[in-house]
Each structure stands twice: as C-alpha cells, then as structure tokens.
Design a binder for this molecule. Structure first.
Ligand code: AMP
Ligand code: MG
Length: 413
C-alpha cells in the first residue's frame, strides 16, 4: 500500500459516478401475485381496471326512506306527506324489494335501492315512523342515492403500473373485488453489523466495548425508505463468521447491508477480507466525507446486491441515505428514491476537505430558508446527528464556505 493509498488521496471515485454505477447494476425484482396484505408498500407491475361498476349496484347514501320523489314533491313542515312503510332493507340484504307508488321502504346506508324508488328521504326529514312515515321536506329525484358506477364504470382504469400501493390504493383494489395484486413487493433488506467491540444495548459493557447502534439505525432507515428490514445478530471480526452471516442471510433478502470492517485497517477489516476473495464486490474510496470507504457488488446466485458500509455511525447513515436508499426504487422498477433536496442559506461557516464532497450535519429552518451546521461533525458523533435534520452539501471544489452562502441541502426523513 502506497502512502497516497493510506492517506486516501489516490483514485477517489466521485459520489455521482459511484451512485450511477450502483443504480445501473441493480435489477428490478420480478413482479409476483401478492395478497393485498403482502402488497402494502409494493409497486404495481400492471394496470388495474375495474371488472365491475363501483359501486356495483344502486344503493342508499343515508339512513332514511326509499320513495318515489314525485310522492314527496310538495312536502313541507306545514304540509307534510305521510306514506305507509311497506318494508325495511339494510346493508347486506340481498332480497329484491319493489317500491309501490305511494309507499315508502325504510332503508339503511349501503342497502340496495328497491326497484321503482328514485330517491331516499333522510331520516332527519321525517318522524322516523315504523308503520307510517311523515315526511316534512321534499327530496329531488336521485337524492341520497349512490348510483352503480358512480365512482368508476366497468372497464375504467383504476390504477396504473408503477403506482405505489399505499393505504388508499389497497382499499381501492379491495373495493373493486381484487384479492391480489401483481406487484413488486417492498424489497427485503438484512442489516449485518460486524465488530468484536459491539455489545447488545441493555447488556453490560466493559471498557473497550460499545453498544451496537448501526443495525437499529439502518433497519429503521430502510423501513422508512420503503424496505422491509431485518437485523442480523452482531457478527464478530472473523472472516468465516462474516461469510456465514452473509450466506445465511441470502435466502431471506433482496439486498444486504453490512457495517464495519471496510476501512484501511488491514487484517481487522474482515468484511473486506471475507468478500475480497469472491471477486464480485469491489471496494473503493469515494470522494466524500463522511463515508470514504465503500463497497458494493453482488453475492450468491443469481446475485444479491450487497453494500458494505463503513462502521462509524454517521458515515454509515450518510452512506445509506446516498446509496442504499435510492436502490429501493430501482428494485421496485420506479425512479430511485432520493432524499428531498432544496437550497438554503448557511447561517454559519462550513469547512470541507479539498476534493471531497462533504455532507455536513445541519439544522434546517425551512421557514427562514437557513441551515446551521451543528457542532460535532466527526463521524462517530451520533448525538450531533440526532440534532440535525439536514445534510449540507459542500462541493468538492470548496474548502470553506462563509456564512450567507447558498448551498444545496438534503432533508433527512
Ligand atoms: P470499522 O469500520 O469496523 O473500523 O469501525 C469504525 C468505527 O465504527 C469504530 O469506532 C467502531 O467501533 C464503530 N462501529 C462499527 N460498527 C458499529 C456498530 N454496528 N454500531 C456502533 N458503532 C460501530
Ligand atoms: Mg470493525
């Protein structure tokens, strides 16, 4: 290893070129026929049309009385109209009712409109009678009637391919009678943390050990980004243990994320050592801060994408947001899911090493349009990261940006 390599000054790959390479290498998941529960958060792979009208039959929008509008046309409080009530029909009743002129049928919301009726008088406009009902207000034809096909006609396009299935889209599929959807499910990611120093939070530690935090952070960030996420138990710094964890995770994951073990520490960098031999994962130095050591490639057959993120928590988080998050969209065959970006004015000076793009942790005030770098910008400083809500981008060419400079910021979710 040369001095230049050790100091990280040689052959840095730009952030943009690294991201393009990742996005080009990731293949969309195959679409599957999913139950509606599994389809939540998935992305439709086909257009969905209505097989039936929605609603499927004329029904009542209110609790009241099905009538012929003409029979109650003159009703007022002073000159009410009284009609005999011949039947009662509730939501779910499938028997066929016929309304005779000059009569009423008591009806509930969602119930099939009796043949011959053309309006529903809301119960509030009546005396709520049982054998006979007195109506004190006229209902126009069609009043409180939900017509078959009034929401969508048979054959109408309901949802287009590429639509993410959120709560309302799932409800629409269900309401239209679809029990399944052909979709790309939320991609499954397994997060694997490595390090002999790591202990489970809540357990005692001795000096030299720290509580493991990356896997919690990354699994939660992954869920927020649209993945289904699992955490692997902590993996010790042994090559075989790392390989075993990766191989074991392959069956249940569409993408793997490791943290730790990829910096320049030689034999201690077990992730790098374990994957190096496979030849399908390449390790680089990316021109960014934090997060210079990165690795990306595929493992297993046919090839599951793997990101080997640095171990420092801030580096791992920033790397996740920049590189792993966008991959979720690609796996679902839609555009890469990126953090929202905007311009803001620096409310304090910002520094950055030359030749590297810095992602400083900042507090964005969206109303004022300003962003303040938080104190504590080192890559282990989680407490500072927790105070930030944005990443301030300092371009490669800049080493110092004075207060008042307009900068690009990425909003943290
Ligand atoms: P490494 O990349 O393995 O050399 O780790 C770099 C730094 O990040 C070290 O200080 C580690 O203790 C720390 N670190 C690595 N993995 C984790 C983790 N899962 N949770 C918290 N800190 C970690
Ligand atoms: Mg380590």
């Amino acid at each position: 290893m040369t001095v230049a390599e050790r100091t990280g000054q040689s052959a840095l790959q730009s952030v943009d070129s690294y991201l393009s390479e990742i996005l080009a290498a990731i293949r969309p998941l195959p679409p599957r026929e999913l139950s509606l529960d599994e389809a939540a958060g998935g992305v439709l792979a086909q257009d969905v049309t209505a097989g039936w009208p929605l609603p499927p039959f004329d029904n009542s929008a209110m609790d009241g009385y099905a009538v012929l509008a003409a029979d109650v046309a003159g009703a007022t409080p002073e000159r009410p109209v009284t009609l005999p009530v011949r039947a009662e029909v509730a939501a779910g009743d499938t028997g066929r009712h016929e309304l005779a002129p000059g009569t009423a049928i008591k009806i509930m919301t969602g119930a099939l409109l009796p043949a011959g009726a053309d309006a529903v008088v809301p119960v509030e406009w009546t005396d709520d009678g049982t054998a006979r009902v007195t109506v004190t207000r006229a209902a126009e034809p069609g009043h409180a009637v939900r017509r078959a096909g009034g929401d969508a006609a048979a054959g109408d396009l309901l949802l287009t391919a590429g639509t993410r299935l959120g709560p309302v889209q799932l409800a629409l599929l269900a309401a239209a009678g679809h029990g399944t959807a052909t979709a790309r499910p939320r991609p499954r990611v397994t997060v694997i943390s490595t390090g002999n120093e790591l202990a489970e939070p809540g357990q005692p530690v001795t000096p030299g050990q720290i509580w493991e935090s990356n896997s919690r952070m990354l699994a939660a960030a992954a869920r927020e980004a649209g993945y289904l996420a699992r955490r692997h138990p902590i993996v010790p710094d042994r090559k075989e243990a790392v390989l075993e964890a990766i191989e074991g995770a392959l069956a249940g994951a569409d993408l793997l994320v490791t943290t730790g073990g990829v910096s320049m520490g030689g034999e201690h960098d077990v992730v790098k050592a374990a994957l190096h031999d496979l030849g399908t994962v390449s390790f680089r130095k990316v021109a960014m801060q934090p997060g210079m050591p990165q690795g990306f490639g595929v493992v297993g057959t046919p090839g599951t994408p793997i990101f080997t993120l640095p171990g420092n928590p801030v580096s791992a988080y920033v790397s996740f947001q920049l590189f792993v998050r966008p991959a979720a969209g690609v796996l679902q065959n839609i555009s890469p899911s990126r953090l929202a970006s905007r311009r803001a004015r620096l409310a304090g000076p910002a520094r950055s090493p030359r030749g590297r793009r810095s992602f400083l942790r900042g507090k964005l005030d969206p109303a004022a349009g300003t962003v303040t770098p938080v104190s504590g910008q080192a890559s282990h400083q989680l407490a500072s990261l927790a105070r930030a809500n944005a990443l301030i981008i300092v371009p490669e060419a800049a080493t110092e940006l004075p207060e008042g400079t307009d900068v690009d910021v990425l909003e943290l979710p």
